[in-house]
Design a binder for this molecule. Sequence first.
Ligand SMILES: Cc1cc2nc3c(=O)[nH]c(=O)nc-3n(C[C@H](O)[C@H](O)[C@H](O)COP(=O)(O)OP(=O)(O)OC[C@H]3O[C@@H](n4cnc5c(N)ncnc54)[C@H](O)[C@@H]3O)c2cc1C
Length: 317
Amino acid sequence: MIKHIGVIIEQDNGIMKAANLGMITMARQKHTILFALVMDGSAGALKEKLSSFGISTIIEIRLAEDFQDNPDVRAKAVAKAVEKFELSALFGLSTAMGKDLLPRIAAILDGSLVMDCFDVDLENNIAGTSRYSGKTLAKIKVRGPVPVFGIRPNAREPVQEQKSAGIIQFEAVSLDSKLLRVVKRGETGKDSKISLTEAEIIISGGRGMKNGENFNLLFECAQKLNAAVGSSRVAVDSGWVPYAMQVGQTGEKVSPKVYIACGISGSIQHFAGMKTSGMVIAINLDETAAIMSNCDYYAKADALKIIPEITKLLETS
Ligand SMILES: Cc1cc2nc3c(=O)[nH]c(=O)nc-3n(C[C@H](O)[C@H](O)[C@H](O)COP(=O)(O)OP(=O)(O)OC[C@H]3O[C@@H](n4cnc5c(N)ncnc54)[C@H](O)[C@@H]3O)c2cc1C
């Protein structure tokens, strides 16, 4: 039987996040027709791109201006679209935005929710995810109507498949929220313009960076690498960087292509957040640190000296 699958497209200031394309690729399975749900008024601009990744229909959900950013209203609107277009499963990104939105949708639909999925088998409704801080991999079979899957950004390499998507307008302007008002929106992650969970390269600092000022060395290097900057919990607890930058069990779970750990020892709790990275490079003074035997490449070096050198090299290359 053909299934209609909804994919919630996440945008940031009107720009579609690259991680959507891997998520669409994951949703594109045997006997599926893909519907992209776009809530930020730019369906026309996204049509070509979404068509080239196998989207058949774009549902442009129109919300009242006052509620554009309101996750309660967005969740209600998606739930209404699920009903109207008879969608049998929903995909969204397991990002900060997705963690706010997807559980609300699942609650309205009374559907099962699995977050942080690295794989989904739609034929059997089984999601692959990790449990116990990444110590085990779980396959979770979901039952009931309209399962909602939160997909780990970068979990799947995007692969193109040409379709010709049509756009359908879906009016949800009458929806409002008695539960929640968005008062203010602001950025948290210091100078980094790239989101930690979606970055292809992350350069992270730990206690070995010695103070908050030295994190500027990482920001300068990150700019040259087009990377995001992360940190260990010690750097957050010491007040050097904001919590939004923490990677690990109690921070962000990331899957970049390259993770560069500077002055980080490699605790179990830190690994819980970055062990699905493609390549791990460690810079540490101590060759016996756990990270050194759990990485692809390491430099036994002073991070405070070697990072400016790398930045200089990147400037001239
Ligand atoms: C319940 C719980 C949850 C936790 N959650 C998290 C989490 O989400 N994320 C997380 O990161 N931690 C978490 N922790 C903390 C974790 O146990 C470690 O304490 C923490 O990860 C250590 O951070 P670190 O590697 O920066 O510091 P350290 O372990 O102190 O390591 C510092 C490293 O820097 C090296 N170094 C020092 N100077 C330099 C230099 N100049 N150049 C290069 N290397 C240098 C040292 O050799 C050392 O290896 C959690 C702990 C608990 C109990």
